[in-house]
Design a protein around this ligand. Structure first.
Ligand code: BYC
Length: 472
C-alpha cells in the first residue's frame, strides 16, 4: 500500500482519496515494470547513492542517500504556482491560465502528455543492460540517477493523466507500462525511443542529444496554458539538467582520454589498437543521435504544431524572450524541396513552430559541441567535431525520403547505401565498442581505459567513493 507519506509530494495527495486510490492501483504495476524492464541485475542486492526530489525549494529540493532501486521514493512535485499567471501566447493570450482541461482541447492535451510520458519509461528500457558494462561506479550511479528520474517523470505524467483526464487518462497510464522500446508489436511512440542503447557511447550521446530534446519539449510545455502541465514540466527541467551534464561530460571524458591515447600512440596512431575510442567513431555517434533527436521535433511544416500554439497548449522555448506572442501574421523562412530542388521558402510562422523549436535545439547542441572542441584544441589537435547538416539521416519531415551527406549535399540512393557507413556507426564499430566494454568496472576509484575520470565526484564525495555498493 502506498500512502501520501511514502510518495513524497506537494499536491496534497493525502487529502485527495480518489486520486490516491487511483495511484495505489497503478503503483504495483509500475514497480513490476521497473523490475522487468529497468536496470537488469541491479534490483535487489545493490544500494545506489542517489538524489531524491523531496520538495521544490531551490535551496534544497533533493537529498542524497543509498537506496535499493525498486525502493526509490518516486514523488510527485509541481513547481510553485505563479500568482495570477496569464496565458502568454496564441489566440487566448492574456486570459487566465487553466486549472482544468477545457473539453475542446482534451484530446490534444492528452496526446501531448501521453507522448511526453511515453519517452520516460522508454529510455529506462533502452538503457537497462548498461549497468553490466559500466566504465566505473561513478558512471553506474549516474546511469541509475538518470533512470530513477525518468521514472519520476513518468509518475509526473501519470499524475496528470489520472488527475485531469478521467477514465481515458487512467487507460493511457496503463498503456504507458505496456508499450515497450523496440517491441515490434507495441513499440514506443517516437522513433528514437525504439533505438537500442547497448554501449556507453550511445548512452552519453543519448543523454547529450536526446535528453536535450527533452529540454526543448519541456521548455515549450512549461509555457502551456494548462497550469498543472506547466508547473510539472518546470520542475522536471530541474532534474533534466543533470542528465545532459552526464551526457556532455561523459563524451568530454572520452575525448580527453582519446587525446591522451592519441599522444601515446603517436599523433597519427590508431587509438583502437590501445583500447581507445577514435575521433571518427565519436563523430559517427554524434551524427546518429543528433539526427535521431532532430526527428523528435516533428515535421517542419505542421498543422498540429500550429494548433498547439494557437490554442496555447505548447509555446516556444523561453516564450517571454520573443516580441510577438500571437504570431498571427509572421512568416518563417526555411529550406524546402520543390520539384526535386532545394529552395528557400516562406511559410506561416505558426505552422513552423516545430522548426522554431528545432532552431533553439540546434543552437543549444552547437554550444555543447563547441565545448567539446576546446578539449581537442587544448591538446593541440586540429581535428574538430561538428553537427551534421539538419537534412542528414532524417526519418521524419520533408527530407526523410531523400538522402544527404553530413554537409547537406543531396545523394542518390545508391551513393547513400555505398557511403552511409562512413557517417553512421557500422556493426563493426558497435562490436568494437562492446569489446572494450565487455568487462564492467566495479572497483571504487577505477575507470575503464577509454574514459578519463571526472573532475570531481558527486555531492563532494571523492572519486573512489563507493557510489554503488553490494549489500553484505
Ligand atoms: N517519431 O505534425 P507532426 C524526453 C508523428 S524527449 C514518430 O510533425 P507534431 C526524454 C506525430 O506523432 C521529449 N512519429 O507532429 C528524452 C504525428 O502522428 P499522427 C518528449 C513522429 O504532433 C530522453 C505525425 O508524425 N516530449 O522528454 O507537431 C529521455 C505528424 O506529426 C515523430 C515530447 O515529444 C517521431 N520522431 O510534433 C527521456 C512532447 N515526430 O498524429 C525523456 C510532446 C512526429 O499523424 N510531443 N511524429 O499519428 C509533441 O510535442 C509532439 O507530438 C512532437 C511531434 C514534437 C513529438
Amino acid at each position: 500500500m502506498i500512502s501520501a507519506e511514502r510518495i513524497p509530494n506537494n499536491v496534497g495527495l493525502s487529502s485527495n482519496k480518489r486520486l490516491q486510490r487511483a495511484l495505489e492501483h497503478w503503483q504495483p504495476k509500475y514497480i513490476q515494470w521497473w523490475r522487468d524492464m529497468g536496470p537488469q541485475g541491479f534490483q535487489d542486492y545493490h544500494q545506489v547513492y542517489v538524489r531524491t526530489a523531496v520538495s521544490v525549494d531551490p535551496a534544497g529540493w533533493a537529498h542524497f542517500e543509498y537506496v535499493k532501486l525498486p525502493e526509490y521514493r518516486w514523488g510527485i512535485f509541481l513547481a510553485d504556482p505563479v500568482h495570477d499567471r496569464r496565458i502568454g501566447f496564441g489566440d487566448f493570450m492574456g486570459q487566465s491560465v487553466w486549472q482544468e482541461v477545457p473539453g475542446e482541447f482534451r484530446n490534444q492535451l492528452r496526446r501531448l502528455v501521453v507522448t511526453q510520458g511515453d519517452t520516460e519509461p522508454a529510455s529506462v528500457e533502452q538503457q537497462r543492460w548498461l549497468g553490466q558494462r559500466c566504465p566505473s561506479l561513478y558512471d553506474l550511479r549516474n546511469l541509475f540517477q538518470v533512470n530513477v528520474e525518468e521514472g519520476r517523470h513518468l509518475w509526473a505524467m501519470v499524475y496528470l493523466l489520472h488527475s485531469y483526464f478521467g477514465r481515458d487518462g487512467r487507460d493511457e497510464a496503463e498503456e504507458l507500462l505496456e508499450r515497450q522500446s523496440g517491441n515490434r508489436d507495441k513499440p514506443r511512440i517516437l522513433d528514437a525511443f525504439n533505438e537500442p542503447i547497448d554501449n556507453w557511447l550511445d548512452f552519453f550521446m543519448f543523454t547529450m542529444f536526446t535528453d536535450r530534446d527533452g529540454k526543448s519539449q519541456l521548455l515549450s510545455l512549461s509555457e502551456s496554458s494548462l497550469d498543472p502541465l506547466s508547473r510539472t514540466t518546470r520542475f522536471m527541467l530541474t532534474e533534466e539538467a543533470h542528465h545532459m551534464f552526464v551526457g556532455e561530460t561523459g563524451v568530454a571524458r572520452i575525448l580527453e582520454r582519446t587525446c591522451q591515447l592519441m599522444k601515446e600512440a603517436g599523433f597519427s596512431g590508431d587509438v583502437r589498437k590501445i583500447g581507445g575510442i577514435d575521433l571518427p567513431m565519436i563523430q559517427k555517434f554524434i551524427n546518429l543521435w543528433f539526427s535521431l533527436s532532430l526527428d523528435l521535433h516533428g515535421n517542419e511544416v505542421s498543422t498540429n504544431a500550429a494548433a498547439y500554439f494557437a490554442n496555447g497548449l505548447k509555446g516556444r522555448a523561453y516564450e517571454e524572450k520573443w516580441d510577438d506572442h500571437r504570431v498571427a501574421d509572421a512568416v518563417y523562412e526555411l529550406e524546402m524541396m520543390r520539384d526535386g530542388r532545394l529552395e528557400r521558402s516562406h511559410i506561416p510562422m505558426r505552422t513552423a513552430m516545430n522548426e522554431v523549436l528545432r532552431d533553439w535545439y540546434v543552437g543549444d547542441c552547437q554550444n555543447g559541441v563547441t565545448r567539446w572542441n576546446k578539449i581537442l584544441e587544448r591538446h593541440g589537435f586540429s581535428d574538430r567535431l561538428r553537427l551534421p547538416d539538419r537534412k542528414f539521416n532524417r526519418g521524419i519531415g520533408m527530407f526523410s525520403s531523400l538522402h544527404f551527406d553530413p554537409e547537406g549535399h543531396q545523394l542518390s540512393d545508391t551513393d547513400w547505401e555505398r557511403r552511409r557507413q562512413e557517417w553512421l556507426p557500422s556493426s563493426l564499430d558497435r562490436e568494437y565498442l562492446l569489446s572494450i566494454m565487455a568487462e564492467p568496472v566495479y572497483e571504487p576509484g577505477r575507470f575503464a581505459n577509454y574514459i578519463a575520470p571526472p573532475q570531481r565526484g558527486i555531492k563532494g564525495a571523492p572519486l573512489n567513493f563507493e557510489y554503488v555498493r553490494t549489500e553484505a
